[in-house]
Design a protein around this ligand. Structure first.
Ligand code: OGA
Ligand code: NI
Length: 363
């Protein structure tokens, strides 16, 4: 594994402040990857499904009423059709969501010297970063980020979390605890919808005490030439589930559907949930991780918090035996999440090639 970046790191936030009207060539995407290419049609009124979780209590198995059945069905359809949905009435307080986003905005608005103290390396990726892959000369994305671990407890290191603003650690502790709880509820819902025991997916992830969770905070600075670049290139999320807290004012996330890029219009205080590659593997492709990307704009910065809910890193992940039959043979070989992630981190975001859905296929 690489111990350092292949070339000096440039903070996109500094570029944004100093690059005048032209972005450096390193950020210019090939024409076919640019935001306005390959759009067959624009559907302004299309959005990912919005689902109200109020009828789903912590203890799902305790009651079966019409409301619950209906919600389960909505989620099932959203998972099959989109791989993405938004949830409201999810149990996380709106105030906590806003403070989580705003402490991170404050972090990114500190002087560069302060942020540089947390500069990350490709060894663990923890800390302040500006690129994902380690391929020399790669075309880069128009964003900076901060990455930290919460679970398992042995990977959580408060020294690697920002000391400022002073409230950040407490807010992010509380926020993380809530995200783990919400992630657990969604895992149960998905297991039930797959016709499995409600704890089946969580068990495949290693159980409550072993799962991995981490936070990636994305900072997308203003960009003078947003049509030439992307804030985050097309990718599917490598882990289990992602729960994204988007910016409350600025959109940018686009989901790939039927050869179109659909811009997500977030509902107030909603989380955007999506299926990651590990659930695609466990479900033997009944659920699929879906490609998404982020576009930037010249007017406003954007902050988003992606919470990743992942399997224990050294467990073998393979299609669940309940979902494999002679008619539906296993579509994937087993691989640990660690092995999988190493592959992704070497290459940087590249669609879904790692699941064998284009020319390159290690799986
Ligand atoms: C991610 C991601 C989307 C966004 O961090 O994996 O897809 O809107 N983020 O920032
Ligand atoms: Ni993503």
């Amino acid at each position: 594994m690489m111990c350092d970046w292949p070339e000096p790191i440039v903070r996109v936030q500094s570029l944004s402040e100093n690059c005048e009207n032209k972005i450096p060539d390193r950020y210019v995407k090939p024409p076919t990857d640019r935001p306005l290419e390959a759009i067959l049609s624009v559907h302004d009124n299309v959005n990912i499904p919005l689902i109200d979780l109020r009828s789903i209590s912590d203890d799902i198995s305790s009651g079966h009423d019409h409301g619950l059945d209906n919600t389960l069905k909505e989620i099932s359809e959203a998972c099959r059709e989109w791989g993405f949905f938004q949830v409201v009435n999810h149990g996380v307080s709106p105030e906590l969501m806003d403070s989580a986003r705003e402490v991170w905005r404050e972090f990114f608005h500190q002087p560069m010297e302060v942020k540089q103290g947390y500069a990350n390396s490709p060894k663990t990726y923890e800390g302040y970063g500006s690129r994902l892959g380690v391929e020399k000369g790669a075309v880069l994305d128009w964003s900076d980020y901060y990455y930290l671990h919460y679970l398992p407890p042995c990977l959580k290191d408060h020294n690697k979390w920002p000391a400022l603003p002073p409230s950040l650690k407490d807010v992010i502790e509380e926020y993380s605890a809530q995200m783990v709880k919400l992630g657990g509820r969604i895992m149960k819902i998905l297991a039930i919808n797959l016709g499995l025991d409600e704890n089946c997916l969580l068990k495949a992830f290693g159980g409550d005490n072993n799962i991995g969770t981490c936070l990636r905070v994305n900072f997308y600075p203003k960009c003078p030439q947003p049509d030439l670049t992307l804030g985050l290139s097309s990718h599917s999320d490598p882990g289990g589930l992602t729960m994204l807290l988007p910016d409350q004012y600025v959109s940018g996330l686009q989901v790939h559907k039927n050869d179109n890029w659909i811009t997500v219009k977030p509902a107030p205080h909603a989380f955007i949930v999506n299926i990651g590659d590990q659930i695609q593997v466990l479900s033997n492709a009944i659920y699929r991780s879906v490609e998404h990307r982020v576009i930037v704009n010249s007017v406003k910065e954007r902050v988003s918090l992606a919470y990743f809910y992942n399997p224990k890193s050294d467990l073998l992940i393979q299609p669940l035996k309940e979902l494999v039959s002679p008619e539906k043979p296993a579509l994937y070989e087993s691989m640990t999440f660690d092995e999988y992630r190493t592959y992704i981190r070497t290459k940087g975001p590249r669609g879904k090639s790692q699941l064998g859905e284009s020319q390159k296929s290690p799986r």
